[in-house]
Ligand binder design. Sequence first.
Ligand code: BGC
Length: 369
Amino acid sequence: MKAISIVPHVVGISLVDRQEPRISAPDEVKLRVLQIGICGTDREEVNGGRADAPPGKKELVIGHEMFGRVVETGSGVTAVKPGDYGAFTVRRGCGQCKACLNNRSDMCYTGRYTERGIKGADGYQTPYVVDKEQYLVKIPGKIKDIGVLTEPMSVAAKAIDEALIIQQARISDFDQDKNWLAGKRVMVAGLGPIGLLAAFALRLRGAHVLGLDVVDEATLRPQLLKEIGGSYIDGRKLKPTDIDTTCGEMDFIFEATGVAKLQVQLIDALAPNGIYVITGIPEAGRSITVMGGDIMQQLVLKNQVVLGSVNASLRHFSQAVAYLEQSMQQWPQAISRVITTRVPHTEFETALKNHSPNEIKAVVQWADE
Ligand code: BGC
C-alpha cells in the first residue's frame, strides 16, 4: 500500500510503499483510513522542521489528524465493530512515568513519548492503520462529514478543560458556578482551525467570544466566528496592549497563533484572576524584547495564570466528539465550512505545499464511505 512520507529534517515529501498492517493481538483494531487532516505541524515537517523517524528508520509516514472506518477487530475488542467510524489518538506513552502509566501520555514527564506521524512513530497518511482499542475514539455516523476535525478539536477541548479545572478549583470559595465560562469574556487569538474550533466549544459553553486575527472582516474565518455569535477584532487595527482598554479585560485568553511576541503581549489583556492558555507552538531560537517587569508585576498583582497545553487524552477526544455533535446540531453550516479543501490522496503534494489565505482545514481523502 502507498504512504505519504518524509525524511525528517530534509525538505520534501514522497509516496512510498509500505506493507498493509495486520491485526496481531486481541486488543487491536484495523481501520480503513477515510480522511486525514493537514495542520501546521505537517507543513513544518515537510519543510524540514520538527519530526523524528521511528527508531532505526530513515523515513516517517506523516499524518496525525485521522478519521477512518473499522474493518476488522481483534477477538478481545468490545468498544467498536466493523463498520463503525472512529479515530486513533496521536500520542503513545513512554511506559515509565506516572502520567503515561495512567493513560495521560499528553502530560508525559520524561519527554520520551512518541507521536504517530510526528515523533518516532509512523502516522496515518496511508490506506490502512492498526492500533490498540485503548487509543480509539468512536465517532457517530451523523458527524462523519466533519469527523476528521476530532483531533484538532481535542487539542482545543484539553486547553479549555485545563483552564476550567484550574479556575473552578482556585476561586471556589467565592464562585461555585458549575460552568465558569458562562457569560465570561473570552478572547481567541488566531482563527486557524484550532482557534476556530475552540471558538465553537467556548460558544457552546456560553462564553462571549472575541476572535483576534489579521484578515479582512469579510473573509471566511471572521464570518464563521460571527455566524456562531462571536465578534471579530482585526489585529492590524489594534495594538495588543490596547485590547483591554478598547474591548475590555479578558477572563480567559485562548491563544492559537504560535507567534511568540504576540503570545507574550497578550498577557496585557488579561483580567484580574484571569487565565491564559497557550496552544500555538512558535519556532524556537528567536529572541524578543518584552517589558518583563510590567508583565511579572501584573501577573502577581492580579492573580493571573498562564499555562501551556499540548496534545490531548482519550477523554478530550470524547469531549471533542461531543463538541462536534453539538456544533453540528446548532450551526451545521458553519462547522461544515471549517473544512475548506478536500483533495484526493494522489494530489497530496498540492495539499501540503499550497496554503491559500482562505483555507482553514485542508483534508486528504483516502476513501469515500
Ligand atoms: C498535534 C498534537 C501534538 C503536537 C506536538 C500538534 O500538531 O495536534 O497532537 O502533540 O502537535 O507535536
